[in-house]
Design a protein around this ligand. Structure first.
Ligand code: PLP
Length: 443
């Protein structure tokens, strides 16, 4: 069945009809003369329209979308409810600044986040613009509430590109190279990475990390332990079962704030509302962004009321944080996730995707592992016969996908992981066409 006939989806509407024809080649030339080189793009084609699981470029070519704008457009691009909510809001008012003149939608988003995130205790939320800003604020809140300074992060972690979040992020190129000095009091410990840590159990991997913190930082100095429940940019690394619960237990005993960075994993992506739900881990604070608002810039920190409310009035905020248009989009996105049960959709997409990836892995010795959860899946590519990362193979498969009209992304500390993040409203037909391209790209 095509997505077009399913409720909640619509055919893409081209805008080039009202404007002069423009080609990707021409736009790329203009870009070279106008846009800073440091801002890269995965493909050289320029977008005209996009909908459920496809993007149409200005050259009229259709792409199957296995990227969702980096796990953002889970409800689809230009999702009908989001478009309607944004249109209604933009006609009422565009911005007053919540810190100046507040409005209902900001409060309503916070109510939704407090209810949806793990934990039944009293919660509060604060809204921001980007994931990095949410992470920075979670650290501010944890430091303020605990009166401590140290922040524990993990190998392969990605938390953003601002100064503090660069320090929290593991990978040098391209995120940190020559951008220092970085913020202090950040301590990095080993992640549970089952493919590459000799098969340590979750408990063993947690004990290894905790020992380092106890010996080198001191538990009583730790303000926050910050972790992605499944790592995103770092390679879709899924920690062994028991790793997150053991860290949660340690944080409780240490009086440290357990912060789950669910910016990439959140909002139904992994088949639950949040990836922490899978093992019943309840963070003290959660950082949210990406999938929260159907493509509009919005981010949040949600967590225990006593931590969130520890900060003095005026200590948190920002001009645009919780902009009314983004809030309207978030409310519409969350309603769409409930109505279409996108957590179930993520599980369904994930099982189709995983079956196909395992079939490819069975014949291709470069695939060391198929991993992930729900509609957040990846393959890690190595030189056959060992675990030596093969970023060139990942690049070649990606390039073959792009040449055939499938938009895929790579990731990983070694650049050797192909990741798949389709919109959760992708149709069966679009998913199947994408998988056929992917299958052929492996040769
Ligand atoms: C993308 C991402 C961020 C940063 O979000 P931005 O909106 O790009 O600032 C932080 N943490 C994780 C896990 C992410 O995937």
């Amino acid at each position: 069945m095509s997505a077009r006939s399913e409720p909640g989806l619509r055919a893409p509407q081209s805008r080039t009809e009202d404007s002069p024809a423009v080609s990707s080649a021409e736009l790329h030339r203009r870009r070279g003369a106008a846009v800073a080189r440091g801002v890269g793009s995965v493909i050289d084609s320029y977008v005209d329209t996009a909908s459920g699981g496809t993007i149409v470029d200005v050259d009229g070519r259709e792409w199957i979308d296995f990227a969702a704008g980096i796990a953002v457009t889970s409800v689809g691009n230009a999702a009908p409810r989001v478009v309607e909510a944004v249109r209604a809001q933009v006609e009422r008012f565009t911005h007053t600044c919540f810190m100046v003149a507040p409005y209902e939608s900001y409060v309503a988003v916070c109510e939704q986040l407090n209810a949806l995130t793990p934990g039944t205790f009293a919660k509060r939320s604060a809204l921001f613009n980007s994931g990095a800003e949410a992470v920075e604020n979670a650290v501010k809140i944890a430091r303020h509430a605990t009166g401590r300074q140290a922040v524990v992060v993990f190998e392969h972690a990605y938390h953003g590109r601002t100064n503090l979040t660069m320090a929290l992020t593991a990978k040098n190129m391209p995120y940190k190279h020559r951008f220092g000095p970085f913020a202090g009091e950040i301590h990095r410990v080993p992640m549970s990475y089952p493919l590459r840590d000799g098969g340590l159990s979750g408990a063993q991997a947690a004990a290894r990390a905790i020992e380092l913190v106890d010996k080198q930082v001191g538990a009583e100095n730790v303000a926050a332990l910050l972790i992605e429940p499944i790592q995103g940019e770092g390679g879709f690394v899924v920690p062994a079962t028991g790793f997150l619960p053991a860290l949660r237990e340690w944080a409780t005993a240490a009086g440290a704030v357990f912060v789950a960075d669910e910016i990439q994993t959140g909002f139904c992506r992994t088949g639950d509302w949040f990836a922490c739900d899978h093992e019943g881990v309840v963070p003290d604070l959660v950082t949210l962004a990406k999938g929260i608002a159907g493509g509009l810039p919005l981010a949040a920190v949600t967590g225990r009321a006593e931590l969130m409310d520890a900060v003095h009035v005026g200590g948190l905020g920002g001009t645009y944080g919780g902009n009314p248009i983004a809030c309207a989009a978030a409310l519409a996105s969350i309603a769409t996730m409930r109505e279409l049960d996108l957590a179930a959709a993520a599980r369904r997409i994930g099982s189709v995707l995983a079956d196909r990836l395992r079939a490819i892995a069975a014949r291709d010795p470069r695939i060391a592992e198929v991993r992930g959860r729900g509609a957040m899946l990846a393959v890690e590519l190595v030189r056959p016969g060992g675990l030596v990362p093969d970023p060139a193979a990942a690049g070649a498969v990606s390039a073959a996908c792009h040449a055939a009209g499938l938009l895929t992304l790579t990731c990983g500390t070694y650049g050797n992981v192909l990741r798949f993040l389709p919109p959760l409203v992708i149709s069966d037909d679009e998913l199947a066409r994408g998988l056929d391209i992917l299958d052929a790209a492996f040769g």
